[in-house]
Design a protein around this ligand. Structure first.
Ligand code: ADP
Ligand code: ASP
Ligand code: MG
Length: 410
């Protein structure tokens, strides 16, 4: 008998038939005697629908109201699943984030979990209930509803697993594990039985949306055993386990573990900024004040006392970031501001890069052979990222998957 936290994503609860499928899976664990905390997403497409409704009223909707509307999607699915379980004779109770006592800070639409109340859920578990918690949401100390950023139900699940010291946190989704790259882009992508925590952290932060980055960070911080599995297969198998041990020995061929593609990247450029100390600070501080994360940054060599400054932000923040940058640029007498949204970030990740030089140049060479132009570059110890035009994104993924022979078991 174990305590398991199981999270089912949007496509796993997309309609009543899928919800029944989830209920049947839960029944199997319940019959074995496991205690279960279930975390659900909204039905697939629902969060986008709500977002678009809000945006059709106001391009920059009030962030508090945004959270009030966005949190409703998950409230629907948890109630429907609990009703389905009850109808099958299984005791179940749904909880919104507020009811579950998931306390967050007050950064609307990107809130971070600060604590989780234990008593109510613990009592329900002791009384034999399946506890069904709405993912992606919480509440501030002042009682305001918050959401945790797109894909945030993964983070709700890992946070609950950490709080209740679950034996495992299982993320059920529409693929049967973590692959060498998005299997929807590269048919030859290979499922990984295990992936190191470090590599998963990079892949998630670089855009492999199979796990939200915050969920991986939390799993690392609290040593939560984390597994990705299929909700759609009758027998989900072992999926992919995120491991915390260092890779003991990896074969020479295993330089790259995975490729991530982030289509949600956008670029903002300020041309002709007077090249004086503090430019980067002035622009980036104004953006940071609005809780917008800046990703890649490039400042050109200055010519005639002026310079160009380019950075990238996530697509949902693009309009606001552009507006703020325009204001700062005007106050600095910069020549021009322009943005583009037709870009993507492509990254290769692998702990094997530490002991292999020349990986970046091999990547650049492979892209050059396909005449794919690189707009920006960023590297760290275990990853290389490039910004390219989004029209080449999928081709680039396949080219690199072939270049590094990722379809072959090392
Ligand atoms: P959920 O709705 O269950 O949270 P997501 O859509 O957020 O599911 O994440 C699952 C999707 O992540 C898959 O359908 C797949 O297209 C995508 N994905 C991207 N990179 C990878 C990868 N390396 N391995 C597996 N899936 C990936
Ligand atoms: N429903 C939210 C989203 O679409 C949260 C999640 O699915 O994890 O981003
Ligand atoms: Mg997700």
């Amino acid at each position: 008998m174990s305590l398991l936290v199981q999270k089912f994503g949007g496509s796993s609860v997309a309609n009543l038939e899928r919800i029944r499928n989830v209920a049947n899976k839960i029944k199997k664990f319940k019959d074995k005697g496991d205690d279960l905390i279930i975390v659900l997403s909204a039905m697939s497409g629902e969060t986008d629908r709500l977002l678009n409704l809000a945006k059709s009223i106001d391009q920059f909707p009030n962030q508090r109201e945004m959270d009030v509307i966005l949190s409703t999607g998950e409230q629907v699915t948890v109630a429907l699943l609990s009703m389905t379980l009850n109808a099958m004779g299984i005791k179940a109770k749904s909880y919104t984030g507020t009811q579950a006592g998931i306390l967050t800070n007050n950064v609307h639409t990107k809130a971070k979990i600060q604590s989780i109340a234990e008593d109510r859920i613990r009592k329900d578990l002791d009384d034999g209930y399946v506890v069904v918690v709405a993912g992606f949401q919480g509440v501030t100390i002042d009682g305001e509803i918050t959401t945790l950023g797109r894909g945030g139900s993964d983070t709700t699940a890992v946070a609950l697993a950490a709080q209740f010291k679950a034996d495992e946190c299982q993320i059920y989704t529409d693929v049967d594990g973590v692959y060498t790259t998005d299997p929807r882009i590269e048919k030859k992508a290979r499922k990984l039985d295990t992936i190191t925590f470090e590599e998963m952290l990079e892949l998630a932060s670089l855009g492999s949306k199979v796990l939200q980055i915050r969920s991986v960070e939390l799993a690392g911080k609290y040593n939560v055993p984390l597994r990705v599995l299929s909700s759609l297969l009758e027998e989900p198998g072992n999926g992919t386990l995120i491991t915390f041990e260092e890779k003991e020995h990896y074969v020479e061929s295993e330089i790259i573990t995975g490729i991530a593609l982030n289509r949600d990247e956008t670029q903002i450029t300020v041309l002709g900024v007077p090249d004086t100390p503090g430019i980067a600070f002035n622009i980036l501080d104004a953006i940071g004040q609005e809780n917008i994360d800046v990703d890649l940054i490039v400042q050109n060599i200055s010519e005639d006392g002026t310079t160009d400054f380019t950075f990238t932000v996530n697509a949902p923040d693009y309009d606001r970031a552009l507006m703020i940058t325009q204001k700062v640029a005007d106050s600095m007498n910069a020549r021009q501001v322009f943005g583009r949204t037709d870009i993507a970030k492509l990254s290769i990740v692998g702990v094997g890069m530490r002991s292999n030089s020349g990986v970046a140049s091999r990547m650049f060479h492979a892209l050059a052979q396909e005449k794919i132009n690189i707009l920006m570059i960023s590297t760290s110890e275990i990853k290389v990222s490039v910004i390219i035009e989004s029209k080449y994104a999928e081709l680039a993924v396949r080219v690199l998957h072939d270049e590094f022979n990722l379809h072959i078991e090392p």
